[in-house]
Design a protein around this ligand. Structure first.
Ligand code: ZN
Ligand code: ZN
Length: 427
């Protein structure tokens, strides 16, 4: 029997958990300031939630979804992204009847059946925001602002923001006609997937990473010439807002992002410290038709998503350290035998009530081994508990980094432990 984890999945532990918590906490702090509330949706949905929203011709729906019938034969899919589920939740719970815009964020695991490689797993974690119910370009700029601020706060240095406007349904039609006209004589240079896309959904050709296809796209018409006056005005306002906020950006006419539901302003943030194949840190855009397409009212929306696992890998690759604000002292009790272990729980109880981070040895080993272990695991203090200590109540507390030693009268003056730790926390 094979007891390894399924292909494309990983266990997250140790240092990676520190990175992950740091990333999530940074996001939570920013999102609280920007007034976003958390939402949690199921990890699986009825398949049509995704096929109808993301688009039948996208790589995600046509190739990458984990879809299976349940015991009653209902077709379910593990979520490949966050937005469709959130729109489903908003419609189902009639959240749109509350004051709009709804500003929501989510953190969750997503699933895509892809060829696993570093930074691209079949189960991966994303965090994202969705602003539902405003067509104001300021809210697009706000999403870009948050995305940029988030990576700045994490410690990324050379960031570049790519923005584009892919038009509304009206003006995109005109662009697609011109685009097809341009592609027709070049069609044979495209890969087989893109030839299929040419017929069914030409915009998706921009998702192709194959060199031949990207070469063909280099001379393709610029969508900005085909935007209607409203799309043009909206995009100008987003850019104006970014200027006011002093956020640097670059217009990339070939940026489309791989979902059919995008309309209008879309964006992506990249790290210029990394190779182009895997430099995208996160991105998103407006999806003004998705809610009505899924059976709701005509409600405009925008959002973005960031890959958490990917961000961890990139932070390590770029040697970005975690800014540890938490330098609290930790105390490790070393009991010399079984009876001292039981006695030590009393000391643990006292310390934990005082919110001191502490632990004790559950397995009896040599004192030397215990001290080494304590040091390796970030403890500053040890307290030794043996037969004598239990009898007299006189404990020895050692600062293992500064090689200082303190006597504590446990029975009459246990507060001294806290005083010693407190003094250490100040310097
Ligand atoms: Zn338009
Ligand atoms: Zn292609």
């Amino acid at each position: 029997m094979d007891l390894s984890s399924p292909r494309g999945t990983i266990d997250i532990y140790g240092e990676d958990i520190d990175y992950r918590n740091y990333i999530i906490n940074t996001a939570r702090e920013i999102l609280e300031i920007f007034n976003y509330a958390e939402i949690i949706t199921p990890a699986f949905e009825y398949t049509q939630v995704f096929s109808r929203s993301i688009g039948e011709n996208t790589d995600i729906v046509s190739k990458q979804m984990y879809t299976f019938p349940d015991k009653k034969g209902r077709l379910l899919t593990l979520r490949p992204e966050g937005t469709a589920s959130i729109v489903r939740a908003i419609l189902e719970n009639k959240m749109y009847s509350e004051k709009l815009p709804l500003k929501l964020f989510y953190i969750g695991n997503m699933f895509r059946y892809e060829k696993p490689q570093k930074g691209r797993m079949r189960e991966f974690w994303q965090l994202g925001i969705e602003s539902i119910g405003s067509d104001n370009p300021i809210i697009d700029a706000e999403a870009i602002w948050i995305l940029n601020l988030f990576f700045e706060k994490l410690g990324f240095k050379k960031l570049a923001l790519k923005v584009n406007n892919i038009g509304c349904r009206k003006c995109r039609k005109k662009f697609l006609e011109e685009f097809k006209k341009y592609l027709r004589p070049e069609k044979n240079k495209l890969c087989s997937d893109c030839r299929k896309r040419f017929k069914e959904n030409p915009l998706r050709i921009f998702d192709c990473k194959k060199i031949d296809c990207t070469e063909v796209l280099k001379g393709s018409p610029d969508i900005s010439y085909y935007l209607c006056s409203e799309c043009k005005k909206n995009f100008e306002e987003v850019l104006k807002c970014l200027k006011i906020l002093d956020i640097k950006y670059r217009i990339d006419k070939n940026l489309v992002r791989g979902f059919d539901y995008y309309t209008g302003t879309i964006f992506e943030i990249i790290s210029e410290d990394l190779e182009s194949a895997q430099n995208a840190l996160g991105g998103g855009g407006r999806y003004d038709n998705l809610i009505s397409d899924m059976g709701g009212a005509d409600i405009p929306a925008t959002g973005f998503a960031v890959g958490i696992d990917r961000t961890i890998i990139l932070m390590k690759q770029l040697n970005i350290d975690l800014k540890k604000s938490d330098k609290k002292s930790k105390v490790y009790l070393i009991a010399m035998d079984k009876i001292s272990q039981i006695y030590s729980t009393l000391i643990l109880k006292y310390l934990r009530e005082k919110e001191v981070v502490c632990d004790m040895n559950f397995n009896i080993r040599s004192l030397k081994k215990e001290i080494t272990w304590a040091r390796d695991n970030g403890y500053n203090f040890i307290i030794i508990v043996g037969e004598d200590e239990m009898k007299t109540g006189n404990l020895t507390m050692k600062d293992i980094n500064k090689f200082k030693q303190y006597k504590v009268d446990w029975k009459n003056d246990k507060e001294k432990i806290i005083e010693i730790i407190g003094a250490q926390n100040i310097d």
